[in-house]
Design a protein around this ligand. Structure first.
Ligand code: SF4
Length: 126
């Protein structure tokens, strides 16, 4: 079977229940935008800091390597990806999310939202 390419949504497979088991976590190698509420749930900031300057918060998170950018227009923070494109929170060996219970809304909603809603870049673990 031809492997879907995460950078080419036309190659993705229709999502089916159970598909994530055995997948290497391709969706966790794509850029993830998060909101302030996600950062609070993840424990990366708190209500107090969130009520202050968001630009200052973004600067701190960038310095700590947690985000790469903040867009004030959309209020989205871009999570940092490792050099192999893995999400900061993806375990290299198990290919599982290390913050699953607290994961961002974007991750919870995938693949209902994303480059090709309803489809996945599913890739078997090697
Ligand atoms: S936060 Fe977890 S579910 Fe979301 S992209 Fe990162 S590893 Fe995947």
């Amino acid at each position: 079977m031809k492997r879907p390419d995460k950078d080419r949504p036309s190659t993705w497979k229709p999502y089916k229940q159970g598909m994530c088991e055995g997948c290497a976590g391709s969706c966790c190698t794509m850029p993830v935008e998060v909101k302030l509420s996600d950062l609070i749930r993840l424990g990366l900031t708190d209500e107090d800091e969130a009520q202050g300057s968001i630009k200052k918060l973004a600067k701190r998170l960038m310095k700590e390597g947690i985000i790469t950018s903040y867009r004030s227009g959309t209020e989205f923070f871009m999570l940092t990806q490792k050099s192999n494109n893995d999400c900061l929170f993806l375990d290299l060996k198990t290919r599982l999310c290390t913050v699953y219970e607290k994961r961002p809304d974007t991750c919870r909603q995938f693949p209902s939202i994303g480059p090709r809603p309803g489809f996945c870049p599913v890739t078997p673990k090697s």
